[in-house]
Design a protein around this ligand. Structure first.
Ligand code: GLY
Length: 348
C-alpha cells in the first residue's frame, strides 16, 4: 500500500493500493466514525463496482444507500444535483454521515459539490475509478457542476476525508477513457517531472499498463505538492492548467461532445507549446501525445477556437494567464492581455 498525505486545511490521505476497493469499508472506518453511507455513482460504474463497495461497507457495519445517475458530462448539472439532495433527504443523511463518490470525474465533482453544500457540509470520500479521476480530479478538493454559462462555473472547495485509488479498476476502462487520463499524466510530466514524461514517452497506449502504478502515484504526488502550496488556486495551482486554456476552448467549440476533456487538453498542450516553446519540446510532446491516440490538432482553426478562451476561469478582466513549458519538466505561468495572447496564437 502507498499512502500520500495531503497536508491542506483539512488534511487527508490518498491510499493507492490494488484491490483496496474490496476493503473500502474497513479503510473508511479507520478515518470516520459514522456507520451510514450514501454512495453516488453512474450507470457505467454501478454494475462494475457498486456491489463490491456495498458489501465491504456492510461487512464493516455500515447502513448503505445508493444513488445512480446516467453517465456523462451532461449529468453534471443542477437537475442531477437536486435529485441527489432529494435522495439524501429521503434517506435522512445527516452531518454525521458520509457521502461516497464512486466513479470518474463527473461523479466526483457533483458528489463533492453535494457534500460541500448539503446541510452546509457532509464528510465525503472519493473512490475514483478512472485514470483521470485518480490522478487529477479526486485530489485537491475542487468540486463543481456545469451551468448554461459554462463548465464547472458553480463549485466549492471541499477536501475529501479519504481518497481510495485502486488501479485494478483501470483494467475495465475503454481505450478512449484510458487515453483521456493519459493526457493529464503527460501534462504532469511536462509541467514538473521529466523522468515521468520520459517513462510515458517510452511506452504507448498498448503497454502503458506496465507502468500504471508508477504513473498514478507520481502524478498524485505532483498534485499533492502543487495543492499544498496553493490550495485555493490563487497562484501556483494554475500550472495544472497547462493545455487547458485552448483545451477548454476545444471542448466548448465542439459543445463538449466531440472531444473528451483529455483529448481537448492534449491538443491544447500542443497548440500552446508550438507557439511558446522550442521546436524540440513541441516535437517530443507531439510524439508522446500521438502514442496515446490523442490529437495534436483539431479541425477547427485557431481563430474559431480563441473566442472560447475568454470564458476561461483563469482569465482576469482583460488579461489571461497561460502556462507553457520552456523545457520538459518545467512550467511557467505567463500573464498577458487577451489580445496579445490571440496575436501569439494566430501568428506564424
Ligand atoms: N484540475 C486542476 C486543479 O485541480 O486545480
Amino acid at each position: 500500500m502507498k499512502k500520500i498525505h495531503i497536508n491542506v486545511s483539512s488534511p487527508y490521505d490518498v491510499i493507492i493500493e490494488r484491490g483496496s476497493i474490496n476493503n473500502c469499508g474497513q479503510l473508511i472506518s479507520q478515518v470516520l466514525s459514522t456507520k451510514k453511507a450514501a454512495i453516488i455513482t453512474d450507470d457505467i460504474v454501478d454494475p462494475l463496482y457498486s456491489n463490491t463497495v456495498l458489501t465491504s461497507l456492510q461487512n464493516s457495519g455500515f447502513e448503505t444507500y445508493k444513488f445512480v445517475f446516467p453517465n456523462g458530462e451532461s449529468s453534471k448539472c443542477s437537475s442531477t444535483l437536486n435529485k441527489i439532495y432529494d435522495f439524501l433527504c429521503e434517506n435522512q443523511i445527516t452531518r454525521r454521515d458520509v457521502i461516497i463518490a464512486l466513479g470518474g470525474g463527473v461523479v466526483g465533482d457533483i458528489s463533492g459539490f453535494a457534500a460541500a453544500t448539503f446541510l452546509r457540509g457532509v464528510d465525503f470520500i472519493q473512490i475514483p475509478t478512472t485514470l483521470l479521476a485518480q490522478i487529477d480530479s479526486s485530489v485537491g478538493g475542487k468540486t463543481a457542476i456545469d451551468i448554461h454559462g459554462g463548465k464547472n462555473l458553480v463549485g466549492a472547495f471541499k477536501q475529501p476525508a479519504l481518497v481510495l485509488c485502486d488501479s485494478e479498476t483501470l483494467n475495465t476502462l475503454s481505450a478512449e477513457i484510458l487515453s483521456d487520463g493519459m493526457a493529464e499524466a503527460i501534462k504532469y510530466g511536462m509541467i514538473r517531472d521529466k523522468q515521468l514524461f520520459n517513462q510515458i514517452a517510452t511506452h504507448n497506449i498498448t503497454n502503458v499498463a506496465e507502468i500504471i502504478d508508477y504513473i498514478v502515484s507520481t502524478c498524485i504526488d505532483i498534485k499533492r505538492s502543487v495543492v499544498e502550496h496553493d490550495e485555493f488556486d490563487n497562484g501556483e495551482r494554475m500550472i495544472l492548467n497547462f493545455g487547458h486554456t485552448i483545451g477548454h476552448a476545444v471542448e466548448g467549440y465542439y459543445n463538449y461532445k466531440k472531444y473528451t476533456h483529455g483529448s481537448a487538453v492534449a491538443a491544447g498542450m500542443c497548440y500552446i507549446t508550438e507557439k511558446a516553446s522550442d521546436t524540440s519540446v513541441y516535437s517530443e510532446l507531439c510524439k508522446c501525445v500521438m502514442a496515446y491516440n490523442l490529437p495534436v490538432t483539431v479541425p477547427a482553426n485557431i481563430s474559431q477556437l480563441l473566442p472560447y478562451c475568454t470564458k476561461d476561469k483563469k482569465r482576469e478582466n482583460n488579461n489571461i494567464n497561460y502556462v507553457f513549458c520552456p523545457e520538459i519538466g518545467k512550467s511557467i505561468i505567463h500573464k498577458t492581455t487577451v489580445s496579445e495572447f490571440f496575436n501569439m496564437m494566430e501568428g506564424d
